[in-house]
Design a protein around this ligand. Structure first.
Ligand code: AMP
Length: 113
């Protein structure tokens, strides 16, 4: 997608601190971190968000979660982290390219705001 910031990061057209990459995903540091560790796990395939996924994306979604486990380990937060996706404006989604936030390195509150 020409105007998608995450597609541009994936294509290396916009700089980012990429900490993991495989055939299907990239993970990079959030530019506006909300925790000492704040990573984004993003599919290379442009999908607008979770509710835009189809049945053929099921394996990709599972893969993204397993990538989250691996990058949490790599980032040193495996003992406790939060994995979340904001779906839709009302939930706080600001970038219309599916992504999981991986937050760690501090105590988390519940319920989230
Ligand atoms: P959301 O609001 O859930 O859609 O999350 C989008 C996230 O992308 C926010 O936490 C932003 O800080 C982050 N973000 C936006 N642009 C960039 C960028 N160029 N590099 C890294 N993170 C970004």
């Amino acid at each position: 997608m020409a105007d998608c910031i995450f597609c541009k990061i994936i294509a290396r057209q916009v700089p980012s601190e990429i900490i993991y990459e495989d055939d299907l995903t990239v993970a990079f540091k959030d530019v506006n971190p909300q925790a000492p560790t704040h990573l984004l796990i993003v599919p290379k395939k442009h999908i607008a968000g979770l509710s835009a996924c189809g049945a053929d994306d099921t394996a990709l979604l599972g893969h993204m979660q397993m990538v989250a486990v691996a990058v949490a380990e790599k980032a040193g937060v495996a003992s406790g982290y939060r994995l979340v996706t904001n779906n839709g404006r009302a939930a706080g989604q600001s970038v219309d390219h599916l992504h999981y936030h991986l937050l760690g390195g501090r105590c988390m509150q519940w319920p989230p705001g």
